[in-house]
Design a protein around this ligand. Structure first.
Ligand code: PMP
Length: 396
């Protein structure tokens, strides 16, 4: 993994940076940086030119798509589209839905999976994985007309709690609905394949998957996507434009990848996914780090963890908490400048959920007022026990 090395603290000391904000953007894996660097000398146009460079870059781009498709367990009816990120993937899918589609989400979703949809039913925040399944079942039982797309997160970016996606998929399919999975936070921690989850669509971002910014993936059933208007009208998305302006749009992934594609981003994602599949050991360590952090936080009287599900629910390496009686912004600056720790503060682009969990946390702690923002520590490859202990000592 590429590392920033030591950073200077306010008092002049140098420490290795404890990056506990990996859920926002993960550091780049060495193997990913190497794959991108290896390609740079051969940089040429993708899908648009002749000659050695263009041929190589076109081949690399399509090979990256095939690698991603294989690792996601693509079925015969599935496609893989490179997008800018998860937000872009959901906006693309939202535009491709047949007109009579109702989208069912939960109140607890990240904004990327709340705001793109137009005809939505939002289910109240469930208090356990079982409640989520039951709520979906009831909602689908009542709604039998038109297409239905259920869209849920696989792992919450606020609490790290893992959602019962395979069981939600089973319920959705039982009622003839499709399911899209926001795998932005699951994919860096555990396999998030179409085949493994049984989902109709998955979306995730390269920059959370130890690859650089600027590329993401929407993978899943091709039929609605093939029938939809192109997401970005322009070159690449168009197969033929007549003199009178009539357009025949491209078919397949090109239809929604208008403009010059992000070759380096696609190669980076394919390389990162392959590396994560090959070496799951660093991810297996995460459960221990989660336990260590949660146990430490539980012993701090002024800190209250945020959670939606029961305390023993499965989690990825994300833990958010309220620090009672401290300004979260000041706290983040102190952690950064005096302790060399990077965390995230705020409502984490899941405002309804985080506000609610902050209020509950303040209640549990007997505080009269809930903090306006939460603090989130998130970790993954490269995080050590010493980083966790440094955070706990600083909070103490
Ligand atoms: N879904 C979840 C669960 C996320 O955590 C994020 C990023 N915070 C997104 C979607 C959106 O990802 P991006 O900003 O890369 O589009």
């Amino acid at each position: 993994m590429l590392s920033p090395g030591e950073i200077k603290l306010r008092d002049g000391r140098s420490v290795d940076f404890a990056n506990l904000d990996i859920a926002a953007t993960a550091p780049c894996l060495r193997v990913v940086a190497d794959a991108v660097a290896d390609l740079l000398p051969y940089y040429g146009s993708v899908h648009r030119g002749a000659g050695a460079l263009s041929e190589r870059c076109t081949r690399e781009y399509e090979q990256a798509r095939e690698t991603v498709a294989d690792l996601l367990g693509r079925g015969p009816d599935d496609t893989v589209i490179f997008t800018r990120n998860t937000t872009d993937a959901f906006n693309l899918l939202a535009r491709a839905l047949p007109e009579d589609t109702t989208v069912i989400t939960f109140d607890t979703e990240h904004h990327a999976n709340l705001l793109p949809w137009s005809n939505t039913v939002r289910l109240a925040a469930p208090r356990s994985p079982e409640e989520a399944i039951e709520a979906l079942e009831i909602s689908l039982y009542r709604r039998q007309t038109g297409n239905v797309l259920v869209s849920v997160t696989a792992a919450s970016n606020v609490t790290g709690e893992v959602w019962p996606v395979a069981r939600l998929t089973e319920v959705a399919h039982r009622f003839g609905a499709r399911i899209a999975v926001d795998a932005a936070q699951l994919a860096p921690h555990a396999p998030a394949s179409l085949a493994g989850l049984g989902a109709d669509y998955v979306a995730f971002s390269g920059h959370k998957l130890y690859a650089p910014f600027g590329a993401g993936v929407l993978a899943g059933r091709a039929d609605w996507l093939d029938a939809a208007e192109p997401y970005l009208a322009g070159g690449g998305a168009s197969a033929h434009v007549a003199d009178d302006g009539a357009v025949r749009w491209a078919t397949g992934p090109a239809r929604h990848e208008g403009g010059t594609p992000n070759l380096l981003g696609a190669v980076a994602i394919a390389t990162a996914l392959r590396a994560l599949v090959r070496d799951a050991a660093p991810r297996a360590r995460e459960a221990g780090l989660v336990r260590r952090l949660r146990a430490g936080l539980a012993s701090l009287p002024h800190v209250e963890e945020l959670r939606l599900f029961p305390a023993d629910a499965e989690r990825v390496g994300i833990v958010s908490f309220a620090v009672l009686g401290a300004d979260p912004g000041d706290l983040a600056v102190t952690l950064g400048r005096d302790h060399g720790i990077g965390v995230r503060t705020g409502l984490f682009c899941a405002h309804p959920l985080t506000r609610r969990l902050l209020a509950e946390a303040a209640d549990r702690a007997g505080a009269t007022e809930a903090p306006g923002q939460a603090v989130r520590a998130s970790f993954g490859i490269g995080t050590t026990e010493a980083h966790i202990d440094r955070l706990l000592a600083a909070l103490q």
